[in-house]
Write a protein that binds this ligand. Sequence first.
Ligand code: IVH
Length: 749
Amino acid sequence: MQDARKVSTLTEDEAQAELARLAEILLRANADYHGEDAPQISDADYDRLKSRNAEIEARFAHLKRADSPSDVIGSAPSERFAKVIHAQRMMSLGNAFDATEIAEFDARLRKYLGLPKDAPLRYTAEPKIDGLSLSLRYEVGRLVQAATRGDGAVGENVTANARMVKDIPQSLLDAPDILEIRGEVYMSHADFAALNTRQAEAGAKTFANPRNAAAGSLRQLDAEVTRARPLKFFAYAWGELSAPLADTQFDAIARLESLGFSTNPLTTLCDGPDDLIAHYAQIEQQRASLGYDIDGVVYKVDDLDLQRRLGYRSTTPRWAIAHKFPAELAWTRLEAIEINVGRTGALSPVARLAPVTVGGVVVSNATLHNEDYIAGRGSDGDQIRGGKDIRVGDWVQVYRAGDVIPKIADLDLDRRPEGAAAFVFPKTCPECGSDAIREDGDAVRRCSGGLICPAQAVEKLKHFVSRAAFDIEGLGAKQVEMFHGDDQLPIRTPADIFTLEARDKANLTKLANREGWGEVSARNLFDAIDKRRTVPLARLIFALGIRHVGEVAARDLARHFGRWQALVDAVDAAAPAAGCQLLADAAEVAERQLAAEEGRRARIKPARDAVWADIDGAAQTAWNDLIGIDGIGATVAVSLVTSFQQKAERASIDQLVAELTVEDVVTDDVGASPVAGKTVVFTGTLEKMTRAEAKARAEALGAKVSGSVSARTDILVAGPGAGSKATKAADLGVETMDEDAWLALIGGA
Ligand code: IVH
């Protein structure tokens, strides 16, 4: 398998290419999922790729992409349910798949906490229940609300349904006044089988697996249906609390048990990675006889104070990890290879398979990643699958661990049909015929058609209306496709959305009179569009769908520039320099090649510098400002500039913005934090926390952490041994303080 290579063996270049590949796959999977199209990869594959992505990011922090999939969680809540804003976000878990990754997890935590190798660090280990997570809110001992996870921030209100689940207490004695309990709703194997028998007898829908049955049963509009479904609940975590439950995870779970919740009896304390692995092996052995589905073992740091110090990444706690069970495999025939074209023009090959049952679920698609993958080459150019290429007609071994669509693990050359030809990856876009180009270092071939490519235009529009972007009610992926192909009332660019009503007025045939539409639905759509005419800056930037500019980069850019026009001016001013950046990259490649041929060391700096020699000073400054923004590197900057310079794209952006009121960024969004919006540099030895911890805490309070001192630095936190940075800060008159003063400032000693 292509991604079977250990992250620890990747070189920096390989890691970068791999991150690009993973971002492509994972962000596409998100789009597929949120757009409610058929997902192209299984949940398990998704989790696994996501954790690999996180692992690479952990090893090469500076390579983390602005559009990193690590910063995205779950799925949007369904419109069918009222929404619940979680008092505390419901997090996801990072994944690991083998003992090495667990050892790395332990080492990572020790490093973050500054704990020596031999200092004790205890964990709890408990089964990872394969159901759906639920948050139960109790106020003064009474159950007042139950909500699904949704996208982590906003879930679905399923209170009436949760009241039907026997394992969920309606009232509690001796509980904190505010108590949010999190856990998993699941269905036992026996109950699942009986339910499916009853459903089949009644001619009703049967479920593919216990998890779907549990989810389908809880997410019912009629709570009476839920009552008839045998759901169970294990409590394993908590959200908002008015008083702490205990000092350790283990004791907190015991407390939940004494309050009347079911907790998993296999929860154990472990003393380190070896102990965890031993416990994992034990649980794996018991797996088949548990009577309910589990898909791994979850490890959590036991000491709640350490959990607090470790805190969270954007979507997962640092203090926990899911050690997943290996996936299932099956053989089937590859019937066709199709090419999908995505928002950024990526040509993604998809395998159409003869349907096969893997672990109880029928699968018929698999991702083939890119042309190298089909050809039997990994991202580093090395062979994968022993160099065997994938051909239509081949017998392939498909892999899944979740419930949707697998990928290809291997193929059987002995069963290759005679005359099966090697797959020729298209060099032109199958949708618009433009050249499909593969840039140096990019595993992906991309259509160069930009907005003239209907596939890209449609995907861009889908992205534009998606939940994290404009989120226009009643204008989802399906409607976008319909309007895109419509001759009377087309939506071909985002601006078209906002002129829809005016154009409809001018048309003879009104939208309201068309099949499937009426006065009310047309009115609702126009109103929903109007509601979005005012948009926060970050959302607008994200919605543009510029390659490498994900939600996080969009937020960073918005925070930095504050106003749309300021961003535009900065990007325009930096434009000449972006060209230099690309030329410098090319010059570096050329110099490396030449040096290799001439058997000498490559002189990279002079080769790159030569390109920059004639650059206009203002452009150089603008460029440096742009790439100096924390979280924005040259890749994002080049991508931004390229989009803004591309004529059709720029016209589309300008037309859109003319229709909108873009809200400036109000900088006090981190509340009363005294360091919000400030640029902070840490230098010297920190004694009370590690550098990573210092950075994470500062950022959580809204500060920007930079690696170097400049005129824009607001605070230098200097520990013992601070050198040139302290001198420079003094020269520039930058406020300098020691670690204690910093901790006093941010209010945590
Ligand atoms: S702890 C902040 N413990 O796995 C950490 N999660 O893949 C919260 N899950 O969303 C999660 N069993 O739905 C935790 N013993 C367990 C779990 C568990 C199943 C689910 C949960 C979570 C998902 C992440």
